[in-house]
Ligand binder design. Structure first.
Ligand SMILES: Nc1ncnc2c1ncn2[C@@H]1O[C@H](COP(=O)(O)OP(=O)(O)OP(=O)(O)O)[C@@H](O)[C@H]1O
Ligand SMILES: [Mg+2]
Length: 327
């Protein structure tokens, strides 16, 4: 018979939407039953698990459901853009350490009730730093996708220019929404905000907004994830760092990662003729986003030529074009 601990674990996994652990515990129960001579019960359990896995609904459609919410209404509508991304962490080509750290955030979030009941807080205020096109925005989407949460995007610089003079009040609205509706809230392109502070410019508005942002950030003890993304770390205010639970650094892809990005984007075409080492050499200095675009261009060129097989030349040409666009 299943032990009390296993029943509790099953209920917890169900509540947290952690399917893989749920099945693992269920398989444990089945294995124990088999060892205890309850062969029929064990087999029935295994069949049930197989059936359940086969019918598993797509990610995000089960587990802890986000508060149903059509669209931010009223004043909030101008401040937040909402989406329900299907992106997952394994859709991204990330260096090993980064992928693990992101998975860790997801695990802590899935088990947040348990962590909290023991007096610990899950990581939920994250700062993503790195050059353009390396996956910062995509990471926010992947976290939302993994957790089945809505992704709300807030552009702080947009907030400032659009609501000059009343941004602090608007920020309060945003943070009220953060407390009211669990989700992933992405504060994209911090740069405008962080970099101006303390540079001696008389930008009172920006300073006020940054200060109130930092205060709100510090006071926030909601269940939402707050993700800040920026390109410019050196200019960013040190005060920002202290307010985040974790800082993630993004880099231009290594040759191996570049190959991974290109192969993933070209997965639907025939690529066996491609010399990936040569392609990776042409990819040097380009971001993940550049590589994705170059692959799309190369693929479209080939398809328009009535070819479904890509040559190294197709790819290298598209990569070179991409590079020249950046100059
Ligand atoms: N690590 C990655 N793995 C796979 N694809 C990626 C990765 N990073 C970026 N991409 C591709 O590039 C696109 C743009 O990336 P994203 O918007 O996340 O970059 P970013 O770091 O937010 O850039 P910016 O600083 O300009 O906002 C993604 O939608 C995806 O197609
Ligand atoms: Mg971005």
């Amino acid at each position: 018979m299943a032990k009390a601990d296993q029943i509790k674990a099953l209920i917890r996994c169900h509540a947290e939407g952690d399917d893989s652990r749920f099945y693992a515990v269920a398989m444990q129960v089945a294995a124990q039953a088999a060892r205890a001579g309850q062969g029929n019960f064990a087999q029935e359990l295994r069949d049930l698990i197989d059936q359940a896995k086969a019918q598993a609904r797509p990610a995000g459609s089960r587990g802890p459901q986000p508060v149903p919410l059509a669209l931010p209404r009223g004043e909030l509508a101008g401040l937040l853009a909402v989406g329900y991304p299907k992106t997952r962490i394994h859709d991204m080509a990330l260096g090993g350490a980064l992928a693990e750290r992101l998975q860790r955030v997801v695990r802590e979030q899935r088990q947040r009730e348990r962590l909290r009941s023991h007096g610990f807080s899950p990581q939920r205020k994250l700062l993503l730093i790195g050059p353009p096109g390396t996956g910062k925005t995509m990471t926010a989407a992947a976290l939302a996708g993994e957790l089945g949460l809505p992704l709300f995007s807030i552009k702080l610089d947009g907030l400032i220019t659009k609501f000059m003079g009343e941004t602090a009040a608007k920020l309060r609205l945003v943070f009220e929404a953060i407390a009211a509706t669990r989700g992933v809230y992405l504060f994209d392109e911090f740069d405008a905000l962080g970099s101006e502070r303390g540079m001696g410019n008389d930008v009172g508005e920006i300073r006020r907004v940054l200060n109130s942002f930092l205060q709100f950030l510090e006071l926030d003890d909601s269940d939402s994830l707050l993700v800040g993304a920026t390109n410019h770390v050196s200019l960013l205010d040190q005060a920002l760092f202290r307010r985040f639970d974790a800082v993630f650094e993004y880099e231009l892809p290594s040759p191996d990662i570049a190959i991974e990005v290109m192969q993933a984007r070209l997965a639907l075409l025939r690529t066996s003729a491609i010399d990936w080492t040569a392609a990776a050499a042409s990819a040097e200095g380009l971001s993940h986003a550049d590589l994705t675009r170059a692959c799309e261009q190369a693929a479209k060129n080939a398809l328009l030529d009535d070819r479904t097989a890509l040559e190294t030349e197709d790819l290298v040409t598209a990569l070179d074009e991409r590079r020249s666009m950046r100059r």
